[in-house]
Design a protein around this ligand. Structure first.
Ligand SMILES: Cc1cc2nc3c(=O)[nH]c(=O)nc-3n(C[C@H](O)[C@H](O)[C@H](O)COP(=O)(O)OP(=O)(O)OC[C@H]3O[C@@H](n4cnc5c(N)ncnc54)[C@H](O)[C@@H]3O)c2cc1C
Length: 489
């Protein structure tokens, strides 16, 4: 049996490993000249940068792939648990360090904002119990098969549907949970972890802090690209064949069944085809003659990002690995992103500095700043103007909040826009996480991991169920692998 996978993003590689473990001969076709998709790295003027993701949660899902194949994960991939998760900077000069220790975090929040400890601890407890209730039903299996609902965890979840809190927005729930506006903003920010707007996204997203605080935030030794490097090593050992610089031109359909792909104008046949490419582009470009699932494909894309990769010839002892500089008015910031589809002049800025934990990532006395703001998906905005205005606004804000002039210390620079993200990874309109979760039915409106109309065609990755971000992409691979094994669809 042969499987073809379109795309070598994290979900494509994980699916390749799982299907080769099932005994398939697996071929992965990738348009780019190397694996990883949005997870990438580059070195510039002596600075190493993780180009995409910088925060790793649930590394056990990566370990699971090595264990599945009878290998010791630590022989391939190592990571350290962070003792400090984020450092938050507020416009009034307040700073707050989020320790990985939940009690220490609650105490710090109380010291800095006056928020009662119990509010934070209760919130994180609820976040954990929501994860335990929802993960088996909504994240670890297909939502689109009747059989998924015929088990006790599913019944338990349905009996407790009210706990999902889906008809309240995350912001409203946070306002009811906390007294301090700063704490509300801190917990609102988790909506951006899947490209959503906290003022619209359901309060179900309060499940996300559980992954950072209770299960932990991690840094992979060697940087984020080691995730891809180590998984590709495993895949190759399992017999997977990668074909880089080889875009798939079409998915071949015979008698309503996927029969292979067209590459370099030649047909390559297979028993199973899995698309790890963005689902909207899969339908538009690779299945142009097939019925398009209009409602699913018309969902609003998630936010994108504008990233400045800066080599800084100075060290900042008051910064950590993950730093967040909040905007003064979060509501206004999201009004710009969601409604105006623009970047506001006071964006929340995320600065990730991997050289804080891995000194070799920057020359001595220097730091590598991955400086990111949320940006709308590409809808024809003037990105040259946005980049120029945002660059000035970011430099001004960081200089003010750090009490240090930044501009003269930027000695190396690269920029990533939503258009670059689309051009490099074929992500529809440059969205980071497929469609947004800005409505309560979003989880059900993501495309399923299989096709109802075309047999032997499957979908994995951040644009389909269960969603974007490394952990959910890995879960999509696991779901596809289960579906293929059971051949229920
Ligand atoms: C700037 C940025 C920051 C992020 N931060 C985080 C973070 O901190 N933590 C986190 O968990 N997630 C983060 N994410 C999101 C995370 O990177 C993605 O959700 C995840 O990597 C998507 O993986 P995927 O499997 O969907 O494939 P993708 O990475 O989208 O890759 C798809 C691959 O398919 C290939 N392809 C497409 N069409 C074809 C074709 N026709 N033929 C052959 N190949 C094709 C593309 O070239 C690409 O390599 C971030 C993303 C970005 C861009």
């Amino acid at each position: 049996m042969k499987a073809i996978i379109i795309g070598s993003g994290i979900a494509g590689i994980a699916t390749a490993i799982r299907l080769s473990h099932q005994g398939f001969a697996v071929h992965v076709y990738e348009s780019a000249n190397g694996p990883g998709g949005k997870i990438n790295e580059f070195v510039q003027d002596g600075f190493r940068f993780d180009a995409g993701p910088s925060l790793l949660t649930l590394p056990s899902l990566i370990d699971e792939l090595f264990t599945l194949c009878g290998k010791r994960p630590e022989d391939y991939f190592r990571y350290v648990r962070l003792s400090k998760i984020n450092k938050y900077f507020f416009e009034d000069g307040t700073t707050l360090e989020a320790s990985a220790d939940v009690n220490a975090f609650a105490e710090e929040v109380n010291k800095v904002t006056g928020e009662p400890l119990v509010h934070v601890l209760n919130y994180l407890k609820k976040s954990e119990s929501l994860y335990r209730l929802t993960a088996p039903v909504f994240l670890k299996q297909s939502l689109h098969l009747a059989s998924s609902y015929l088990n006790w965890p599913a019944w338990k979840a349905f009996l407790q549907l009210y706990k999902l809190d889906a008809s309240t927005s995350l912001h409203t729930r946070n306002e009811h949970s906390f007294q301090s506006e700063k704490v509300v903003q801190l917990f609102d920010r988790y909506a951006t972890y899947n490209g959503s707007d906290p003022f619209l996204a359901p309060a179900t997203l309060k499940v996300i802090p559980h992954l950072e605080f209770n299960t932990g935030a991690y840094f992979p030794v060697g940087g984020m690209y080691q995730v891809i490097h180590s998984l590709c090593k495993l895949a190759t050992e399992m017999g997977v064949t990668f074909h880089f610089n080889t875009p798939v031109e079409k998915i071949l359909i015979h008698n309503k069944s996927a029969a292979g792909v067209l590459v370099n104008k030649k047909e390559d046949t297979a028993d199973v085809v899995v698309s790890n490419a963005d689902v909207k582009n899969t339908y538009k470009k690779l299945l142009p003659d097939e019925k398009q699932p209009g409602k699913i494909l018309s969902q609003v894309p998630s936010t994108s990002a504008l990233v400045f990769y800066w080599g800084i010839n100075k060290t900042f002892p008051n910064l950590e690995l993950h730093n967040i500089f909040f905007s003064a008015d979060y509501k206004r910031e999201f009004d710009y992103l969601t409604n105006k589809r623009q970047v506001c002049n006071d964006p929340t800025i995320y600065v990730n500095i991997s050289s804080k934990v891995q000194a070799a990532d920057a020359p001595a006395g220097c730091e590598n700043w991955f400086t990111m703001i949320n940006a709308p998906y590409d809808s024809g905005q003037d990105w040259k103007k946005i980049v120029s205005e945002s660059r000035s606004a970011i430099i001004e804000k960081l200089s003010r909040m750090l009490n240090s002039t930044i501009r003269p210390h930027i000695v190396s620079e690269s920029i990533l826009t939503p258009q670059d993200i689309e051009n490099r990874t074929a992500s529809y309109l440059g969205a980071l996480y497929g469609s947004s979760s800005n409505n309560r039915f979003a989880a059900f409106l993501r495309h399923k991991n299989f096709s109802s109309g075309i047999r032997n065609l499957y979908f994995c990755g951040g644009s389909v169920h269960p969603g974007g971000g490394i952990p959910l992409c890995l879960l999509s691979a696991s779901i596809v692998s289960d579906l293929v094994r059971k051949r229920k669809v």
